[in-house]
Design a protein around this ligand. Structure first.
Ligand SMILES: NC(=O)c1ccc[n+]([C@@H]2O[C@H](COP(=O)([O-])OP(=O)(O)OC[C@H]3O[C@@H](n4cnc5c(N)ncnc54)[C@H](OP(=O)(O)O)[C@@H]3O)[C@@H](O)[C@H]2O)c1
Length: 384
């Protein structure tokens, strides 16, 4: 199995070889990174299968006693109409959160809201309060409109879960803002959303003079590990590899959490106790992951393998979406000191893979500047 996955790594390396990478060492390093990623993925899938079988045999209980309460807290979850986002929204609603589902389609959002409203609150928690607001991360105009609408409500934002995502878009797609779509939806749109919401919240906080504590959760992935931020080709003009772009965007999520945390810490007097954290939700049985795994089979074979994949392989090898929601819940509600700036998953702190050749802080700072340039947004001086 390990050989098979290593071979995949080599294939990935060959696929990604570019004239701009003439050095053999760099190429081998690249193959090794992808091989390690695939081997790690194989182990995670095997662990998932064991976990799923164990859950069939005995009910799993999650220990949430260390978590902060979500009672009455305003929680915005992007991409909350499906998969990890939906299950996160349900878990927050169960804990008394006022959950705002930020969805691309209002209709899909409304359907999800009915499901979220129907959860039974835990003992001592408020009944669920659920709303839907429209947000398309592939449009910076839509992100700004969402922030204006949210600001108009004069709500105190407690938690922002940047969850929405797309994976392995087969064609290189450029958004109306001129940015490669996976990078914009998974990272850049969320970067702008976080900055705009924080800016409005800062004004609100200054007016009310109330002490603040907020948290931003960036849903990343173990796929950030082979990611790289190629500042010389930010829009994949030299060559588009859908999986590489996904990994890059997920690395950007991890770097964003670190950079926001550094800025919060530097500006404690302006922001109070703010926390930014990134999370790997697990390999989960959602549309995004199922699409990826089915796509690994050569096209002519798919009519034979798809039913087997759908009914046997994927339900066994991938954890249910609720498991991902629980991972996000840990990132969202664990004590501040435990998760500040960290990359977490499966209810614990994980080790993120950071750019080896360059200083992480320098890369994160450059990514921040690039985000300013691409969005045309100048973040607050209070967040410098
Ligand atoms: N599933 C996994 O195994 C796995 C593993 C690691 C990380 N993740 C991460 O977990 C997050 C959620 O993934 P998932 O597995 O739950 O996938 P999913 O079931 O496909 O859900 C993706 C969500 O993102 C929304 N979305 C897509 N494009 C959008 C846009 N332009 N604007 C606003 N919302 C948009 C989708 O809305 P529509 O319904 O309108 O398309 C949907 O609600 C992603 O960030 C993903 O990278 C997932």
């Amino acid at each position: 199995m390990i050989c098979l996955w290593s071979k995949n790594g080599l294939r990935a390396g060959l696929r990604h070889r570019r004239s701009s990478w003439p050095r053999m060492a760099e190429f081998l390093q690249y193959c090794a990174r992808w091989s390690l990623f695939y081997v790690g993925g194989a182990f995670e899938l095997a662990g998932n299968a064991c976990g799923n079988v164990a859950n069939l045999l005995c009910e799993r209980k999650q220990d949430t006693s260390r978590y902060k309460s979500a009672n009455g807290k305003v929680c915005v979850v992007t991409g909350a109409n499906a998969g990890v986002g939906l299950s996160t929204a349900k878990l927050l609603a169960k804990r008394g959160g006022h959950v705002i589902l930020a969805c691309r389609s209002k209709e899909r959002g409304q359907k999800a809201a009915e499901l979220v409203k129907s959860v039974t609150p835990l003992q001592g928690c408020c009944p669920p309060k659920v709303e839907v607001m429209q947000l398309d991360l592939a449009s910076l105009k839509s992100v700004k409109k969402f922030c204006r609408n949210f600001d108009g409500r004069r709500l105190h934002l407690d938690l922002l879960v940047c969850n929405a995502g797309v994976m392995k878009l087969p064609q290189r797609t450029i958004t109306e803002d001129g940015v490669e779509a996976q990078f914009q939806v998974n990272y850049l749109g969320h970067w702008l959303l976080t900055n705009c919401l924080l800016q409005d919240q800062l004004k609100l906080h200054k007016a009310s003079r109330s002490p603040t504590s907020r948290r931003v959760v960036f849903v990343s992935s173990t796929a950030h590990k082979p990611g790289r931020i190629d500042f010389s080709d930010t829009n994949a003009e030299k060559g588009y590899d859908s999986m590489q772009r996904y990994s890059d965007s997920k690395l950007a999520n991890v770097l964003a959490a670190r950079e926001f945390q550094r800025r919060f810490d530097r500006n404690y007097n302006n922001f109070g106790s703010h926390t930014a954290v990134s999370v790997h939700p697990g390999l989960l049985h959602t549309e995004l992951a199922c699409g990826y795994f089915k796509g690994l089979v050569p096209k002519p074979l798919r009519c034979f393998t798809d039913p087997l994949m759908q009914h046997v392989v994927l339900p066994l090898a991938l954890r249910p979406a609720e498991f991902g929601g629980e991972s996000v819940l840990y990132a969202a509600l664990a004590p501040d000191a435990e998760v500040r700036g960290e990359y977490v998953g499966h209810g614990k702190i994980l080790k993120a893979a950071m750019p080896k050749d360059r200083n992480e802080e320098v890369v994160a700072q450059r990514l921040w500047s690039l985000s300013e340039k691409l969005t045309g947004y100048r973040p607050l001086k209070e967040l410098s």
